[in-house]
Design a protein around this ligand. Structure first.
Ligand SMILES: [Zn+2]
Length: 211
């Protein structure tokens, strides 16, 4: 009897894994943010064919959006990976809740662009490295800083600097936004000045025909 149960258990796990692996995924975008997401996606032609699900969630701890690989992605080759970008339905300003969909259009585009920057970064990593990424992100402050900067840099290098700057200014200029969140942004992310610097560098590389 015990043996049978064990077998049944193993069988269901295998079926579950096979379904995960074979499930065909497509981009899923909620209608309320479709234009903004599509504008941002337009800057990342490399991500064409990589399924990304944009999904609203009631509340995400400590952030407004979060890009992560799906579980099944960790079992597949890079080219077959899929991702999910979680979007908090609301965020707080002065203890008042605001809806993410009511953010200015360009700010929302910049925000999505930053998340797609994370996906670009993930795409350059092997599966084991990706698992390590999760662990390091939780444990090491220096690593968070590196990862957030990488995401911003990808977006800037894909011509999204204007949007990224607007997103950043939106957060930093809203004196009413939760102070802990602002401190976090200042600590880990590129500052508006650093982004400007990055744009200048890229422009000069472009001018010299190096990019
Ligand atoms: Zn980020």
């Amino acid at each position: 009897m015990k043996r049978k149960l064990k077998l049944l258990f193993l069988l269901s796990i295998s079926v579950f894994l096979i379904i995960l692996i074979l499930k065909e995924l497509k981009n899923t975008i909620p209608d309320s943010i479709r234009p903004e997401v599509e504008t941002a996606l337009g800057h990342f032609p490399e991500l064409k064919g990589i399924p990304i699900e944009f999904k609203f969630k009631k509340n995400i701890r400590k952030s407004v959006m979060q890009a992560q690989p799906t579980w099944s992605a960790l079992l597949k080759p890079k080219s077959k990976r899929s991702y999910v970008i979680l979007i908090s339905e609301e965020f707080k300003i002065s203890d008042e809740e605001f809806k993410t969909v009511d953010m200015p259009t360009d700010v929302l585009i910049g925000w999505v662009g930053h998340e797609l920057g994370h996906v670009m970064d993930y795409q350059e990593r092997g599966n084991l490295n990706l698992v390590g990424f999760g662990v390091r992100y939780v444990l090491l402050k220096e690593f968070v800083k590196k990862a957030e900067r990488a995401a911003d840099s990808f977006a800037v290098s894909r011509g999204m600097s204007e949007y990224i700057l607007k997103t950043k200014r939106f957060i930093l200029d809203h004196s009413e936004i939760d102070e802990t969140y602002k401190t976090r942004i200042k600590q880990y992310y590129l500052s508006p000045d650093e982004i400007m610097e990055m744009v200048k560098e890229q422009d000069s590389l472009n001018d010299n025909g190096l990019l």
